[in-house]
Design a protein. Structure first.
Length: 127
């Protein structure tokens, strides 16, 4: 299983705060900054369920596992899960799903999980 995380840093945002928001969700994934055209992007890659353990715990503590399961099932695409987390909520140590750009004026954290069995990953995350 592979996990890829991307969070664009808008000019009005602090790179350190965006980095912290991602770290709040995925504390064991190593992050670095890439420049794509004129935009900085926080990028991280991980492997294995342990990289998702903190997110799983956040979903459980907020009691949003059923909603998360529904969102994640709708996020399946060609053997991958692609979903978005709200950056401001993540900075406040809360897991909150969002749409790519509709609910927030700032771009969300994009999470892509590639697995041989995405249904198993969804069940594990939301059990």
């Amino acid at each position: 299983m592979k996990i890829k995380i991307e969070a664009e840093v808008y000019p009005t945002e602090s790179r350190e705060k965006v980095m912290q928001a991602v770290k709040n969700l995925f504390p064991i994934i190593d992050l670095h900054v890439q420049t794509q055209e004129d935009t900085e992007v926080i990028v991280g890659e991980g492997a294995g369920l342990e990289s998702l353990e903190n997110l799983k715990n956040m979903l459980r503590s907020r009691k949003i596992r059923a909603a998360a399961r529904s969102i994640l099932r709708q996020s399946k695409l060609n053997g991958k899960l692609v979903f978005y987390m709200n950056k401001q909520a993540a900075y406040a140590r809360q897991a909150s799903f969002t749409e790519p750009f509709t609910e927030s004026p700032l771009p969300p954290i994009r999470v892509e999980i590639e697995s041989d069995d995405v249904d198993k990953v969804i069940e594990w995350l939301t059990e």
